[in-house]
Write a protein that binds this ligand. Structure first.
Ligand code: OGA
Ligand code: MN
Length: 302
């Protein structure tokens, strides 16, 4: 028995084994289709709960002990309230669970929608020329799908610019540095970010992030808003795949041999309810975050 295949995608692997047309099919694609298509009665029993350790599959969830100061970074809980999840089979993959306060999550999401989606940052609607003005989120809502910051990523050519267009917000720079220090990884000096916005029925196809010129640096991925099923595979589309349950405030880090693996988001699970107790959040933002997911990836290109 091969225990290295953990959240075994039995259905996906069976479908794969039975199919002769191996040019199109792969374990990753089958797993992606499996989770994308299933409705409310979906079988999510193989999706890993990262907050519960499981020795049998080598899933460790431990408290964080760190002297790294995070008090200057907006919206974070103190590190002694954080937990860290790792998988023995994936050295270089880390998930810091639930590291933002409730209000911190709302403030970061509001910044993504009202501040970071504004010029001079670039959005999908600037590129497809469907919108030119300001207040893009207020005007266009769920049509906003991505934003590039710092060093703009060119999705067609799959390259970043020669040099950054802009300085990144200090909260992002400080968070990148703190997380890489806490995990004792190469220090991430954030010079680019991509924000992804996920309406409930959207997904993110399998891909590898290989365009950063500092590929030895970690990539930090922050989940906010509604939950997601996140698939992580290997260097090829036929390596074993794990399905992770990511929740608002979780921070996933890819480093070392996990930096260049295939990954994707087949499904958003809209179950989370945010309440604006402080009355500090725009009503359109609050409505959006109660339906959709926001992902921030902090990157070092150069
Ligand atoms: C990405 C990415 C994952 C996510 O932006 O490259 O893989 O959790 N995002 O949304
Ligand atoms: Mn990615």
């Amino acid at each position: 028995m091969n225990f290295s295949i953990r959240s075994v995608m039995t259905a996906a692997q069976d479908a794969y084994a039975q199919n002769d047309d191996s040019s199109k099919r792969s374990i990753f694609r089958e797993a992606f289709k499996f989770y994308r298509r299933r409705g409310k009665d979906a079988d999510l029993s193989n999706v890993l709960d990262l907050r519960v350790g499981n020795d049998y599959i080598g899933l460790r969830c431990v408290p964080v002990h760190s002297n790294v100061d995070v008090s200057h970074i907006p919206g974070l809980r103190p590190t002694n309230e954080w937990t860290l999840t790792t998988l023995d089979t994936r050295p270089g993959l880390y998930v810091l669970n639930d590291i933002f306060t409730k209000d911190g999550q709302l403030d970061w999401m509001q910044n993504c929608l009202l501040k970071y989606a504004e010029p001079p940052n670039v959005t999908n609607m600037h590129v497809d020329k469907s919108y030119f003005g300001e207040n893009v989120f207020v005007e266009k809502g769920q049509k906003l799908r991505w934003v590039t910051m710092g060093n703009d990523y060119n999705w067609t050519d799959k390259v970043y610019a020669d040099k950054p267009r802009d300085q990144m917000p200090s909260g992002m720079i400080d968070l990148g540095l703190a997380v890489s220090k806490i995990l004792q990884l190469d220090e991430l000096r954030v010079d680019a970010a991509i924000l992804n916005f996920y309406p409930e029925k959207s997904n993110l196809s399998p891909h590898v992030d290989r365009s950063e010129r500092s590929i030895e640096k970690p990539l930090i991925s922050i989940s906010l808003g509604q939950d997601a099923i996140y698939l992580t595979g290997g260097k090829t589309m036929d390596d074993p795949v794990d399905a992770l349950h990511l929740q608002s405030g979780d921070v996933l880090v890819m480093h070392g041999e996990q930096r260049l693996v295939y990954h994707g988001v087949p499904r958003i699970l809209a179950t989370r309810k945010f309440v604006d107790e402080r009355k500090a959040i725009n009503s359109k933002v609050l409505d959006y975050v109660n339906k959709c997911r926001i992902n921030i990836t902090l990157r070092q290109v150069d």
